[in-house]
Design a protein around this ligand. Structure first.
Ligand code: E4P
Length: 216
């Protein structure tokens, strides 16, 4: 499973990229607003740190406006992936951009039928939002399962990018189901490295090693 980080925080992106385990980055207008940075400038900086896809979201709601914004965004770097909302205009834009060889991430997906439409529009990634689905009384993990089944039935190449991930259990469930990618906030990804028994084990080994008086 590929790991994307859902942030525009440069320090966090660099820290995770240094592990060699980071495959891409996702942003959205709320994340950019939180960063307080210029959209173009921060996107360019992120694209220089990570080789994989960096999602940058259009804010126009009509097809012509989305195409105009995508034209500006895709000039930033070769690894920019244009993020469009799951609307009729968003999918029209998706079809046009992927036809021109540009990566597209279709976002704000809350149903398997929407995901089916995105695959038919040739999306590179579909982003079903697990956490927000759960928050509204639906089962976000069931949504991922349904999309996996449908995409496998028809051998769609659109990658399932599990988004709105809130904790490690979401990551585990997505990996079991076979989501292609997951995007999570830096804290969630960093939390995956941690286990209390790993910490306790290191503590015990270090204490016993110190008793030997040896060094390597
Ligand atoms: C994905 O691309 C989205 O930016 C993100 O996962 C949304 O997560 P949230 O529901 O925690 O805002």
């Amino acid at each position: 499973m590929k790991f994307f980080v859902d942030t525009a925080d440069i320090a966090d992106i660099k820290e995770l990229a240094d592990t060699g385990l980071l495959d891409g980055v996702t942003t959205n207008p709320s994340i950019i607003a939180k960063s307080g940075r210029d959209f173009m400038e921060v996107t360019r900086e992120i694209c220089g740190i990570v080789d994989g896809p960096v999602s940058a979201e259009v804010v126009a709601l009509d097809h012509a406006g989305m195409m105009r914004e995508a034209e500006v965004l895709r000039k930033i770097a070769d690894n920019v992936c244009i993020k469009v909302p799951l609307t009729i205009d968003g999918l029209k834009t998706c079809k046009a951009l992927t036809g021109e060889g540009t990566m597209v991430n279709v976002t704000l997906c809350f149903s398997a039928n929407q995901a089916l439409l995105a695959a038919k529009a040739g999306a590179t990634f579909i982003s079903p939002f697990i956490g927000r689905h759960d928050d509204n009384g639906f089962d976000g993990i069931d949504l991922i399962s349904d999309i996996r089944l449908i995409y496998d039935n028809y051998a769609y190449e659109t990658q399932i990018l599990a988004a709105s991930i809130r904790h490690g259990v979401h990551v585990l469930q997505c990996a079991k189901i076979g989501a292609d990618v997951m995007t999570a906030p830096p804290a969630v990804i960093k939390g995956l490295f941690k286990h209390i028994l790993t910490d306790k084990g290191i503590e015990g080994f270090m204490a016993d090693w110190a008793k030997t008086g040896q060094s390597i």
